[in-house]
Design a protein around this ligand. Sequence first.
Ligand SMILES: Cc1cc2nc3c(=O)[nH]c(=O)nc-3n(C[C@H](O)[C@H](O)[C@H](O)COP(=O)(O)OP(=O)(O)OC[C@H]3O[C@@H](n4cnc5c(N)ncnc54)[C@H](O)[C@@H]3O)c2cc1C
Length: 839
Amino acid sequence: MNESDAMTQTALEPNDTARQPTSALPSTARVVVIGGGAVGCSVLYHLASMGWADCVLLEKNELTSGSTWHAAGNCPNFVGSWTMMKIQSYSTKLYRELGALVDYPMNYHVTGAIRLAHSRQRMEEFRHVEAMGRQMGVEFQEMSNREMQDIYPFLETHDLYGGQWDPLDGDIDPAQLTQALAKGARDLGAKIVRFCPVTAVEHVQDEWVITTPNGTIRAEYVVNAAGYRAAELGRMFGRDVPCVSLAHQYLITEPIAELTARDTKLPLLRDPDSSYYLRQEKDGLLLGPYEKNCRAHWVDASDPMPDDFSFQLYNDDLERLEWYIEDACARVPLLGTAGITRVVNGPIPYAPDGLPLIGPMPGVPNAFEACVFTFGIVQAGGAGRLLAEMIVEGETESDSWAVDPRRFTDHVDQAYTTAKAIETYSHEYAMHFPQIQWPAGRKAKLSPLYDRLAAAGAEFGSYGGWERADWFPKNDADRRPADSYDRQHWFNTVGEECRHVAAHAGILELTGFSRFHLKGDGAADWLASLVTGNLPRVGRIGLVYFASAKGKVLTEMSATRLAEDEFLLITGAGAYWHDRDLLNGYLPDTSDITLTDTTRDYATLLVTGPKSPAIIAAASGLSTAQADFPWLSHQSCQIAGCRVTAIRVSFAGEAGWEIHCDMADVVAVYDAVMAAGAPHQLGHFGMLALDSMRLEKGYRSWKSDLTSDYTMLESGLGRWVKFDKDDFVGRAALQAEHQAGSQRQFVTLTLDDPVDGNADPFGEAVYLSVVQCDGVDAGLVVSSGYGHRVNKSIAMAVIDKDKLASANQITVTVLGRPRAAHLVPTHVVYDPNNEKLRG
Ligand SMILES: Cc1cc2nc3c(=O)[nH]c(=O)nc-3n(C[C@H](O)[C@H](O)[C@H](O)COP(=O)(O)OP(=O)(O)OC[C@H]3O[C@@H](n4cnc5c(N)ncnc54)[C@H](O)[C@@H]3O)c2cc1C
């Protein structure tokens, strides 16, 4: 390829349209959407389609003038996350119908796409995603090298393992898509005002007052759909949106005779291992790499974001792409025969994990975000529907935690966002292997115990930004993970940690729990009206569950009842802002009830195992009998002269105590417990061992097996739903489901050992394994792993009740390979009668 043919990119002239607003600014609207790219227009269209026509979109410049106008327009269904696949497959279906639906024909080429595999692991990823796609009607197909060449004759395949075909991939004209959505919205009665930048917002008496140079508009709800300007707009709400603009480039070649001669467009080609996409654009080719060392713009005062960057591009920078261009030319030699006619280098907004923000604006009432889209063209349709559902119905059909803005909490600043975003961009097509976390943005939240644990050899993981020990390698050579879905080399060490806890005792720091201190007259009644079950008695601790109005699982907290109207509510580190906003959202404006966030004030140590009673007694100076207070109760005592609260619980399923102390005291308390534990072989263990042990006990994990995809009853939480108590959120829906019978059922399965490979099923967040009854897809694994105390792979799943009832054989598909599975009727694989737990 002759790179000197590349055009030097100059900014396009801004649209000539007059800079006055294109229509009068209404004085009120139910929802104001700020930003007229593909996403904002889709939100408006879906609000109007759901009957909310009294909505207004305000656009600073012309529609599409942000990132939308220059996008390559690729629309894949393939994506490793269940939530994202739902969003994208809804979009591609909508786009196939949209032209006719809104009477706005557009260029949408459904060419299909080939994805290449350079390794066995990549083929395994494809098989896994294929099984997941089948669950939502997206049909991927495995391809041999020969099959790929049959439909893509210009492809070199000698070094490939094969590939995958997505028949419904393709490319759409992003500007036409946006205009079609805008037309659809307008036809339904919604309004769009262009050249109307929002300059300030204010929340006045339950209403938003939105200021523009053309006047103000009042609204019940506001949506930030400002694309790469989302952080600028967010600041008007007092919110730091985690967003950075990276420079993403693609190049387009001159026409190629072989393509001109064809009567069908070539399928899209993605080479995830080399990290680029390549597709036909008119009679030329369009190549877009996700390169290492990409460039972030506008991150500090030395490089401020211009007030207006509408319809503009960065200068092209092909040097960064050299390796990728050469690699693509070797893969498709036809590419190397043509000169470059155009380079597009534009701002692509990135959140730290590369997924968009779709959902409630953290800490801000009646405000939502639909911004920071890295793949906003293919995601616009699904995102618009999701957000409209959230606003109109108050909840969504399926769980959307993967894109919920509250997943990033108080440790996420600009430096963190930039570091993680660059890492994510350069791994855009990388495989996400289970139990592996990438290194950027680490050590965001450290407990005072971090150095002690590091000195003890801990390998850490990040949990809601908090560093917690994952496992304790025996030597440094063991630290590097393998790029593989197979069991990692730490499998045996983690197993030893579990067995040590079961035989003796183990200690794990769990600092970072989200904590809320609830107090005041009426606090118990208020809490009881929210949770589905009963509250614990004073002096006791219990699990409480919050459901949505439709009875879906929102969250789980442990409630320690300190007094009649006083509770300590503890929840996962990652749930921090989600649960804070949930509780605050229900808090009455006028009452004596107070809710105090004490997350950063306290630390937690878990001491568990059969020798833990003796250790707690020795550390606290209590007699063994005094220290051995009943399971699910709590006591105050002193360790190392520090006041601690000891709670008799253990997520590991052994006798155990959670010791909660002031953050400042945790080192002294830890030292005292370690000294007391030395004669009892107290050892360290990590989060990986804890996860294995909680699976064996059937204990649940938030946003893994506790998600709003399923109701309380479908999630197997019926014993925490008390229909005989006064009303609670979700009661009517759960009562109706209880009477009619649930469609789906929570099951715990053990799996036969694998015949081929040794990967365990994985059901967390990124990929979901599929359960089949008699060979027919019946549901999904929601949580899974290996139980080291019982020597079995374990999977929790939610599956179709009728299929299960008539099933002769259950299998779980792991990386495309079926494994025989067996129901565990009690859901508890280890110590089903809780004898060890009670000590
Ligand atoms: C080179 C390149 C190629 C890409 N290729 C693809 C692809 O193939 N497929 C894909 O899915 N994605 C692709 N993308 C990403 C895609 O372009 C973006 O994800 C998408 O355009 C984001 O749409 P949006 O509506 O969220 O944001 P934008 O299109 O940026 O729209 C935001 C709008 O908000 C307006 N605005 C901002 N502040 C205010 C304010 N204060 N008041 C009023 N209005 C305001 C802006 O003017 C702008 O019009 C690509 C990106 C780049 C850079």
